[in-house]
Design a protein around this ligand. Structure first.
Ligand code: HOZ
Length: 428
């Protein structure tokens, strides 16, 4: 595979951006190769600057559930752009999208649109602290909720990929109020509340984790979080930036039957455009300015292009939910199990975790239920697998600690091609 143009583009980018990227994992350092530079994508395929075609298993890290350049979204964006890309004023499209969101997520009585998942989680925490009058926040090791200071403690995604324990530049005094506990461990949560009575404002969790690789909740875990937070007067925040509209239209909370106090959304919500949201109980949301004392704002919040792409994407998902989610389940289970079977035949230790259309092949013999078990993975073996798959035209997320995704644009032929590529990769 020729990568000359991508290599030239990488050296140009390295002069302009730290590591040559605008987001760390994209630099491919964790898999010891050079990132192809993408020039276009359609359906489940990506093309790089050298004309190589790849089957896409990271879907822009989640948003592209209907495949790339999904025509209703493209047309909606074009139409909105012709009427101006931004007004900085209220538009009817914001309420149109909000009504779809509220219908899919009954726990979201009121919401605000922002421009990223980071903004959504950061503000959800501020709201939780103001509402409860408490300072501590519980998060879980290996969960990633964007890069706001207080959430970069034992985080997943790029933070785990590069082994950064807690980011430099975050004052100890800020990190002090974040209690990072093992995921899927109810006693650790009970112990934290016992050690900090009436001091914990909220528990924030990825209900199915995507950012340490895919790690689903143990039976009863989310229910236990709901019960403890309710008993202790703390808020439960579901970070559904990845799982929202992916695991089902109403996200993980619909699937597991839990009603959190606040929810954060992003990715699919904006149909691939920069968009996030936070929302939940009206009495909590109504302490935001201009009604209350909690401040949050954004010039591009509710941006008309993002609203248009979101409406087109969510309307399709809503209308076709009866076909979309079973199709994603079939595709994801076939590829996840098919590759796992090839690993087994080849004697390569791989543990496969999957929830709906998100999955991870962990290069370990251990059951992966939290960050400690995810971290037993042989990341060098994962990196070799990643490189060999990429050479065969299969683009997996370039880190052991990120989930892979399928879209409705993937086909069973794509799945077969991926399994055959994995067979060759495991034979090496
Ligand atoms: N933190 C993102 C994945 N969980 C990576 C975003 C990106 O590099 O685009």
């Amino acid at each position: 595979m020729q990568l000359d143009r991508s290599l030239a583009l990488q050296s140009r980018a390295e002069k302009l951006f730290p590591g040559g990227v605008d987001s760390p994992v994209r630099a491919f350092r964790a898999v010891g190769s050079n990132p192809p530079f993408v020039v276009k994508a359609a359906g489940a395929s990506l093309w790089d600057a050298d004309g190589n075609q790849y089957l896409d298993y990271f879907g822009s890290w989640g948003p592209m559930i209907l495949g790339h350049a999904f025509s209703p979204a493209v047309e909606a964006i074009q139409k909105a752009a012709a009427a101006s890309a931004s007004f900085g004023a209220s538009t009817p499209a914001e309420a149109d999208l909000a009504e779809i969101v509220a219908q899919a997520f009954p726990s979201i009585e009121k919401m605000r649109f922002v421009s990223s998942g980071t903004e959504a989680t950061m503000t959800a925490l501020r709201l939780a602290r103001a509402f409860t009058g408490r300072k501590y926040v519980v998060k879980f090791e290996g969960c990633y909720h964007g890069h706001a200071d207080g959430l970069l403690v034992k985080a997943g995604s790029g933070v785990a990929t590069f082994g950064i324990p807690g980011s430099a530049g975050v004052p100890e005094e800020v990190a002090h109020f974040t209690l990072a506990l093992p995921y899927n461990n109810v006693s650790a949560v009970e112990a934290a509340f016992a050690a900090h009575p009436n001091q914990i404002a909220c528990v924030i969790v990825e209900p199915v984790v995507g950012n340490m690789g895919c790690v689903p909740p143990a039976e009863g875990y989310l229910k236990a979080l709901r019960k403890i937070t309710q008993q202790q007067g703390a808020l439960l925040i579901f970070d559904e930036v990845i799982t929202g509209f992916r695991l089902s239209l109403g996200g993980a909370q619909e699937l597991y039957g839990i009603r959190p106090d606040l929810t954060t959304l992003g990715k699919i919500l904006g149909g691939g455009l920069p968009c996030g949201a936070f929302g939940g109980r009206a009495e909590i949301m109504d302490i935001l300015a201009p009604l209350g004392p909690v401040y949050q704002a954004g010039t591009l919040s509710g941006n008309p292009l993002a609203m248009a792409a979101g409406i087109a994407t969510l309307s399709y998902l809503k209308e076709h939910r009866g076909e979309v989610y079973p199709l994603l389940e079939r595709l994801a289970s076939s590829v996840a199990d098919g590759v796992a079977a090839e690993a087994k035949k080849a004697g390569v230790p791989v543990t496969t975790n999957r929830a709906g259309s998100m999955f991870t092949w962990f290069f370990t013999r251990e059951r992966v239920t939290d960050f400690a078990s995810a971290a037993t993975s042989d990341t060098a073996a994962f990196a070799r697998f990643h490189r060999t798959m990429l050479e065969q035209g299969v683009w997996l997320p370039p880190s052991q600690f990120e989930a892979a995704f399928v879209s409705t644009a993937h086909s069973m032929a794509d799945v077969e091609m991926t399994i055959a590529a994995a067979r060759r990769a495991f034979a090496q």
